[in-house]
Design a protein around this ligand. Structure first.
Ligand code: PMP
Length: 385
């Protein structure tokens, strides 16, 4: 990387060790697991070994892992696949107000298809209250989908408690854990999950590969009609190089996650302390304690996050104003609005996320540059007092 990259939430480079592990599967080991010859057998063997290793990472069984093309597809399969299959049991689904845009848009689609969706509000830090969730559950509720942690403000939810409540009520529980994977110990058993979305690119693997964990006995309709791969739930030739890559990322995570998380926490805390102490009229978005170890998210009175982002870009620092999936819309982030922020407050936000290749000098550089940039933009701002 040439400049300073602090937008690991939007995209991460593939770890060179992962690229190395994948290469033979583009060339000599190119078989299709559906073929019956030697190359096909070899591909089946590697596919099933990878499935087993990836399952172990989240404490699942091998047969509970479905490979997809990414988190968006996994969320579609989880929510739409579950809703359509279980319609006879009820037509009510619960999500939160701060779900990833893919879950929000899937929920809108389900509403058009005759389902009812409740969106539970969050507190000022982005946390869901168990009581509010409890109050929204009705006899018709079949599924609750709550993200493990926010990909924007980094707030971590009480996942295992939500799962426990769902289990007691006999309702399926899905979580999109893309923002949390590799940073928190996701465990489908302890977290009482029935469905879980993960993606390869969020743990330094290749883009274009996701998984959906489907607890044994959980019934889904398929959304992809074809050759019947992945237990009939996701037709299409398996992306073996990417699957091998994801297995490698998981192997690396198992060895390095604890040390890495300690390092990220240090960078995050230095950023939060530094920014709040040196820049006046600046606030932390998200939970002060229960937040992802690599996430610092601020808002600055009187300036636009976008101007900040562009000024930092000029100085060789890449940051974000929020989710990359919605960055091209003019609307303020639905997550920030759900926290109770005014539109102008939501527009004044900046997200910094560190990752595997971040270094102490990156934090130092931000602290050297950001106060001056904020001061200059405020001088130009007609709304800053
Ligand atoms: N869920 C979350 C929480 C995300 O942050 C993202 C984007 N990385 C997605 C789903 C969608 O992932 P993809 O675009 O890889 O399908």
């Amino acid at each position: 990387m040439n400049g300073i990259y602090l937008d690991y939430q939007s995209s991460k480079p593939v770890d060179p060790r992962v690229v190395e592990a994948m290469l033979p599967y583009f060339r000599e080991k190119f078989g299709n697991p559906s073929s019956l010859h030697l190359e096909g057998d070899q591909a089946t063997e590697v596919l099933e070994n990878c499935r087993e290793d990836i399952a172990r990472f989240i404490h699942a069984d091998k047969d509970e892992i479905i490979f997809t093309s990414g988190a968006t597809e996994s969320n579609n399969l989880a929510l739409i696949g579950f809703a359509l299959r279980n319609r006879n049991k009820g037509n009510h689904i619960v999500i939160s107000e701060i779900e990833h845009i893919s879950v929000h848009n899937i929920a809108k689609f389900l509403e058009k298809s005759g389902f009812e969706v409740s969106r539970i509000p969050v507190d000022q830090y982005g946390r869901i209250s168990l009581q509010k969730l409890h109050d929204r559950i009705t006899e018709k509720t079949i599924l609750v989908s709550i993200g493990y942690a926010s990909n924007e403000i980094g707030t971590i939810q009480l996942v295992s408690e939500i799962g426990k409540l769902c289990r007691e009520k006999g309702i399926a529980f899905h979580s999109d854990a893309v923002a949390a994977e590799g940073l928190l110990p996701v465990d489908v058993t302890k977290d009482n999950l029935d469905l879980l979305t993960l993606s390869s690119n969020d743990i330094y693997g290749p883009k274009g590969l996701g998984i959906l964990y489907v607890k044994e006995g959980t019934k889904l309709n398929t959304l992809m009609i074809g050759g019947g791969q992945e237990r009939g739930l996701r037709s299409g030739t398996e992306n073996i190089p990417a699957i091998v890559g994801m297995r490698k990322t998981v192997e690396i995570m198992q060895k390095e996650m604890d040390i890495e998380v300690k390092r990220f926490t240090q960078y995050r805390d230095e950023l939060i302390r530094g920014v709040l102490e040196t820049i006046p009229k600046c606030h932390l978005n998200g939970h002060p304690q229960h937040r992802l170890p690599n996430n610092a998210h601020f808002r600055f009175d009187g300036i636009e996050g976008e101007s900040l982002l562009l000024s930092l870009k000029d100085k060789g620092i890449s940051v974000s104003t929020g989710s990359a999936c919605t960055s091209k819309t003019l609307e303020p982030s639905h997550t920030l609005i759900a926290l109770g922020l005014l539109h102008e407050e939501a527009h004044g936000s900046l997200q910094l996320t560190c990752g595997r290749f971040s270094q102490p000098k990156d934090v130092e550089k931000v602290m050297e540059v950001l106060p001056g940039v904020v001061e200059r933009l405020r001088k130009l701002s007609p709304i800053y007092r």
